[in-house]
Design a protein around this ligand. Sequence first.
Ligand SMILES: [Mn+2]
Length: 130
Amino acid sequence: MLLLVECLNTLVDHADYFIASWQEGVTIAREVDSAAVGMTFDAYHHQVNEGNLISGLTQDIDLAHHIHIADVSGRHEPGSGEINYLNLLSAAKRAGYDGYIGLECVPTKRDIKATLAPIRQIVDQVNHCE
Ligand SMILES: [Mn+2]
């Protein structure tokens, strides 16, 4: 069994949440120092509260066991906003990440295939990057 700590943004969605920064979560996970405790990196929350997605994720990539993706603003599908997921996920792969990526978004389109097509394209490109 694996327990994952997830930081949520406090600026838009979760004002009183108690772990507002990735670094706070990393500090907790490092202090617990257990193979049964890791982190979920939610790129949407991280972008809202902190920015610096690539450096934030890659410097503690050993703790990341799940990545959640959505875009800013609006928590819609990747490609709808300001996050460059091709660059972020490619950097994660180069840093050694090979875990799951969870799509945690509110689609802007009713057609799920149309929503997923650009995401599949990004994942295909990441899977083929060095
Ligand atoms: Mn999440």
